[in-house]
Design a protein around this ligand. Structure first.
Ligand SMILES: CC(C)(COP(=O)(O)OP(=O)(O)OC[C@H]1O[C@@H](n2cnc3c(N)ncnc32)[C@H](O)[C@@H]1OP(=O)(O)O)[C@@H](O)C(=O)NCCC(=O)NCCS
Length: 392
């Protein structure tokens, strides 16, 4: 638990209200809506920084995991980082992030990720860009698929556990997808004012996918559909999902969906009619070097001994010389070694996630290692381009 008395969860409803107002003002959200969301998440997911009893800054977090190399690594997803408007540019943002990281490490968390509205403060805290979330926009009329090789049925409450099972099946073969906690899954449920629509795809009675979308009025009678989550494990399921939306041609204007930088589902379309609409790169922080490296999976064929020299000015226990031994998809990290591969903990994030190759890191000036180690590093951290479906 936190040891700094100026840092911790809100002491009660008055502090929670001030934080909700600060978040509301910063991100142009009604404070009452913000307070309702935070109430749902629980006071234990909020952290505040105070000075002389006055609230200076706050954030909230999701207790989640992130998939790397086919395994889930425990992570905290950070959101709502806000310094009180009158206290900005005086170091409070960075102080809050340092406290949070110390707490996360103490709680046994290996990673942390976030979507940055600004980068310098997070870079100073040891985060670096390490993956993306790409939103695509596709005119419904441009979906020419008509296939019905699978059944689509409205989902029921009983299907929620099925979503998690199908989702994990896909996430394990991707880099960077979240293992969602209750709050992250809860965000897909919609509200009476903004409902979400849930469907399961089945082939011969066996579930092979699901999708969840919301809709927004375009020009009457047209609507835009936003697919908030989709998971199709077979080509037939992917094509059925696209055909579902094609069959909405009479009222559908655009389909918005999120996915990988090169989204496989969209390759079922004959033409490149889905255009990148939004793209936001998330940042990753290696909170506990040993846990992060040992908890993830590695390519089965990779066998290596890598000798690192890590710099970390925020979480000093990560710093120093370490040797990573990798074989049969697993690894062990021990103190010591020659420190041949020199990099800051910040630069390790995009290497760890597979976002940047060792050669790219060298060109950035973020990695210094003997030429012969670069190929080994590339083989050990090889994976598909990291991305996630969620925004938080
Ligand atoms: C972004 C925010 C959290 C940063 O916190 P802060 O306390 O204002 O920032 P700090 O004083 O800790 O400064 C951290 C770094 O941010 C940058 N920064 C600070 N003030 C800045 C300014 N006026 N212009 C540009 N960069 C600035 C600097 O790089 C600074 O490091 P340095 O002082 O060593 O050069 C805060 O300004 C804020 O709440 N903004 C509105 C909400 C928001 O955007 N939140 C982020 C959501 S991801």
């Amino acid at each position: 638990m936190p040891t700094n008395p100026d840092y911790g969860p809100p002491s009660g409803s008055a502090e929670l209200r001030v934080y909700s107002e600060n978040v509301g003002q910063s991100f142009v959200i009604p404070a009452a809506d913000m307070q309702r969301s935070l109430d749902r998440m629980g006071i234990d997911t909020i952290r505040l920084l105070r000075a002389e009893g006055k609230q200076q800054a706050g954030l909230f977090f999701y207790r989640m995991g992130q998939w790397f190399g086919g395994r889930v690594v425990p992570s905290w997803g950070i959101a709502g980082v806000v310094v009180a408007p009158q206290a900005r540019s005086s170091g409070a943002g960075l102080r809050l992030m340092r406290e949070l990281l110390l707490e996360a490490r103490g709680a046994g968390v290996a990673l942390s990720s976030l979507y940055p509205a600004t980068q310098p403060v997070y870079r100073k805290a040891g985060y670096e860009v390490a993956g993306s979330r790409t939103g695509y926009k596709l005119p419904v009329a441009a979906i020419t698929l008509r296939e019905k090789g699978a059944e689509v049925r409205p989902a029921t409450d009983a299907d929620r556990a099925l979503y998690a099972k199908l989702y994990a099946e896909r996430a394990k073969s991707n880099s960077g997808m979240l293992e969602r906690d209750k709050a992250l899954w809860g965000r897909l449920e919609g509200t009476p004012e903004n409902p979400t629509y849930h469907y399961v795809i089945e082939e011969d009675g066996k579930p092979t996918g699901y999708f969840i979308f919301s809709q927004k009025r375009a020009v009457f009678p047209l609507a835009d559909y936003t697919v908030m989550d989709h998971c199709t494990l077979t080509p037939v399921a992917a094509r059925r999902m696209l055909a579902f939306f094609a069959s909405h041609w009479s009222t559908g204007d655009n389909l918005v969906m999120f996915g990988a930088p090169l989204e496989p589902v969209l390759l079922h379309l004959a033409e490149q009619k889905a255009k990148v609409d939004t793209r936001w790169d998330w940042m990753l922080r290696i909170v506990d070097l040993q846990k992060a490296l040992e908890a993830r999976g590695y390519p089965d064929g990779a066998t290596a001994k890598l000798e690192f020299a890590i710099e970390d000015d925020v979480l000093a226990d990560n710093a120093g010389k370490w040797t990573l031994e990798v074989s049969s998809g697993k690894s062990q990290l021990i103190r010591g070694g020659k420190g041949r591969i020199k990099l800051h903990i910040r630069a390790l994030a995009p290497l760890y996630s597979g976002a940047l190759s060792p050669a790219a890191l060298v060109r950035l000036g973020w990695l210094d290692a003997p030429e012969e180690d670069l190929g080994v590093l590339a083989a050990v951290f090889a994976g598909s381009s990291p991305w996630m479906m969620d925004f938080f």
